[in-house]
Design a protein around this ligand. Sequence first.
Ligand code: HAM
Length: 466
Amino acid sequence: MATFKSLPGFREFYPEDCAIRNFIFSRWRDAAGRFNFLEWDAPALEPLELFTEKSGEEIVSQLFNFEDKGGRKVSLRPEMTPSLARLIAARAGSLRRPIKWFAIGENYRYEKQQRGRLRAFYQYNADIFGEAGCSADAEIIALCVESLCAFGLSSEDFCIRLSDRTLWFLFLESLGIADEATAVKVLAVVDKLERVAHDGLIEMMTAALAGTSLDAAETLAKVREFVALGDFAALEKYFDGNEKLAARLADWRNLLALLAALGVGSFIRIDLTIVRGLAYYTGFVFEAFQLVGEGRALAGGGRYDKLVKKLGGPDMPAVGFGMGDVTLRNLLEQQHLLPQIEDVPDFYAIILGEENRAEALADVADLRRFGLRVEYAFKDGKFGKLIQAAEQAGARYALIYGTNELAHGVVKVRDTQERREIAFPRESLADTLFGILQTGLPVIEEPHCHGDGSCDHCTCGKKEAR
Ligand code: HAM
């Protein structure tokens, strides 16, 4: 018989995985909320053109695209940024600025599957539109940091590698590469500095510099010298006397001061090897990078001031980041930062006798409407078996509905851990149960047991015999 497997790079989520996914999403939503970002969404399937025109070459080679039954060329989204820029472009005139929006959605990239990289992954995006100054870059980077700290991660676990495509363009201009198309090609080589061997880089650089008189080996050597500048003082010294670059360094100073003021200065490392693979970035770019275990990118982003206009909107400065769930979950697992998620009922109704089912279910339905999480067995069974089922379901409390209880208008609440029970009136049961969830089952002293089961809260066992 054929066995059906999910596609390579696509995950299935059993309930325990969904619980972790929900935990991650809720921390992301909470962090975005604290920074006053509003949530948006868009379709997962988009016109192919949106990505072939607006994403980088690398992403375009990874598209999950096809022709739909109406003959339209479409693609699953590899990222959310082009859709977002289209939404903003369409309402640019009426949206109050700065626009601070976030989203969580599944993205699809036909990548070679490996640890940390899948073909379907969730991404949390946060973006600010309508603010060209460094304040927006600082706000976005601070949100990126705080969104990771929300899981208990610290500056020992990750850092923000900060770089600047504007500075890169100015630097390349100083080398004689003034043409933007050539500069973008050179940056694609820089993007591979850490991953490709020297000979491969020379080959790529030669291709990038085709049509110029520049020497690939010499340019690569200058690029290596540039990326070796690891702190702000070194940058200042390197560019001493170059006015255009000095002006850009003033923006750097401003950004670093804002980041320090927002309390995330200790996470920042200047790292000019970061240029980002996506074509649309224009200014400061950054990656959140894992420092423990395998070094992987947890998030990436930067400024992209021209994309909204390219999608038919007005000039609209923009800056944002995307954070994936795959590397983050791996890191949280490794650092033991995933909580034990207790996904269990609050109460388990034990229905003794089919003739009592209707009345018991009426209570169950009411309690659920009040917001309590209540479970019960679909089939009749013996008391011991049902108690066991309640314990296995993880319910701290069982609600016992026997003929005797119903006849007296009560329900017994049993603490499955302490193995003691107390009868409470069925009237206002929800209030009682909310109280028990807060403070536990009350401890009732019974100094004067009548010995005949006549007292309401009797635990001597004779009540059953009454
Ligand atoms: P990106 O660097 O392509 O940027 O992706 C951002 C993050 O998404 C990565 O750092 C990684 O955590 C996750 N990610 C990317 N590809 C995969 C994959 N195949 N499997 C698992 N996780 C992955 C962008 O997508 C930009 N649109 C971000 C952005 C938003 N820039 C401005 N606003």
